[in-house]
Design a protein around this ligand. Structure first.
Ligand code: BDR
Ligand code: CA
Length: 311
């Protein structure tokens, strides 16, 4: 019986890889997708999520619109320098037309999925944590229906938006604090420390390109991201952050985790949005399973093997 999976996302080129990975994984059934602001604005991510599902031939998966802004403080989250102004590397015109969106809000759709679930649902949160925080706050009675939450976010040795903060956490630090410090649902956190080691290199991208027309389109979506990566990091490869987290959601235990309480800097100083792990033995607070290590070659090969199933 496949595990029911909900993905909250802000596509986003690595989000697109992650969604396609989930759709090509028989271990899970993608029962809903929710979109929030993030890499680009909500209108764009909502349409992009539906474009990616249309590319995979799965317009039947319900997609609902979630948060258009952070929970508490107005923010300016945007990563179009990585993902393109359209969020899909300037390639949205090459995707099939997006299907209709679900008329429910992200909160209502996810709550309906959880209320109807007959087994624990996994939630993969691969954008700002706003929708996931709202869900936990609004529906505590449904927390027991969630098997675990897998989050791509944070970084314990520096950030990618500021020196201290990773994009998804920095986009809504109060939401991230709400999710990472609660004790109702187990959380696995997949931070930059690991995802920046999961680099899809030239051979990986060439194999994607050779696998068929849909894979080739995904390769063109990744091309500007690769250029940006080269300019910023002087590495000819791309970090497929969100796909690493979704692989863990699909195949629990793929990543090696260490339990430790994690809090988020929510002040307005230079560390706003930083994740702070307490590694002291017996540290107080709810432990989060932090994925700090994995067999990186296996992770990359598994993502490629699954995504290219779409041809
Ligand atoms: C995260 O930020 C976004 O730009 C990516 O899609 C990913 O979710 C990496 O820090
Ligand atoms: Ca993302």
């Amino acid at each position: 019986m496949p595990t029911p999976l909900v993905i909250d996302t802000d596509p986003g080129v690595d989000d697109a890889v992650a969604l396609l990975l989930a759709l090509q994984s028989p271990e899970v059934e993608l029962v809903a997708v929710t979109a929030s602001f993030g890499n680009i604005g909500l209108d764009g991510t909502f349409a992009n999520a539906r474009r990616v599902l249309a590319l995979a031939g799965r317009p039947d998966v319900p997609v609902a619109a979630g948060a258009a802004r952070p929970l508490v403080h107005r923010g300016e989250a945007c990563a179009s320098e990585w993902h393109g102004d359209d969020g899909l590397g300037g390639r949205t015109a090459h995707f099939p037309a997006p299907g209709a969106g679900d008329p429910r809000s992200a909160l209502a759709l996810t709550a309906d999925v959880l209320a109807a679930a007959t087994e624990p649902v996994t939630i993969a949160s691969i954008g700002p944590l706003t929708d996931t925080a709202l869900l936990l706050a609004a529906h505590p009675e449904l927390a027991g229906r969630i098997g675990r939450i897998v989050v791509m976010g944070g970084g314990f040795s520096g950030g990618n938006v500021t020196g201290a903060a990773e994009f998804n956490v920095h986009a809504d630090p109060e939401a991230a604090q709400r999710v990472l410090t609660q004790s109702d649902v187990p959380v696995t956190l997949v931070p930059l420390d690991l995802t920046m080691r999961c680099l899809a290199d030239d051979a990986w991208l060439a194999a994607l390109d050779a696998a068929g027309p849909r894979s080739r389109l995904l390769g063109t979506v990744l091309a500007p991201y690769r250029t940006a990566f080269r300019a910023r990091h002087d590495i000819d490869a791309v970090a497929v952050h969100d796909a690493v987290a979704v692989l863990e959601a699909v195949l629990p235990g793929t990543l090696r985790t260490t339990p430790m309480p994690v809090t988020v800097a929510c002040d307005f100083g230079p560390t706003r949005g930083a994740t702070v792990a307490d590694r002291r033995r017996g540290a107080a607070g709810t432990p989060v399973a932090v994925a700090l290590d994995a067999d990186v070659d296996t992770v990359l090969a598994e993502i490629l093997r699954r995504v290219t199933r779409m041809g």
